[in-house]
Design a protein around this ligand. Structure first.
Ligand code: FES
Length: 101
């Protein structure tokens, strides 16, 4: 298996008991996950994978999206920001305007 060049982790607010409960979920991160997956598929981005995570303890900036292995942390994610992040990936750049500083 080839490792992804961009593994995009979006917080789904999953807790230890398996229930999603938290800021990111309350800000529609599950719908954003569906949008992100659709966009990656539609754009046929090679080497880009998407996964949902549990709470990353950065709730104040939620919904959170992390791009590994680069380690870029993006906050207050919206569909528009997802578009910017994927546009930047396609151009070999980083959507630095959305990074959590
Ligand atoms: S619920 Fe997403 S960072 Fe805490």
């Amino acid at each position: 298996m080839k490792a992804p060049t961009h593994h995009l982790f979006l917080c789904g607010s999953i807790r230890a008991n398996g229930e999603p409960n938290g800021v990111c979920k309350n800000k529609d991160s599950l719908a954003l996950l569906s949008y992100l997956q659709s966009e990656v598929k539609d754009r046929m981005l090679d080497g880009v994978e998407v996964a949902m995570t549990g709470c990353m303890n950065m709730c104040a900036h939620g919904p959170i999206l992390i791009d590994y292995p680069a380690g870029h942390f993006f906050g207050k994610i919206t569909e528009s920001k997802i578009d910017d992040i994927l546009d930047a990936i396609e151009e070999g750049e980083v959507a630095s305007q959305h990074l959590i500083s």
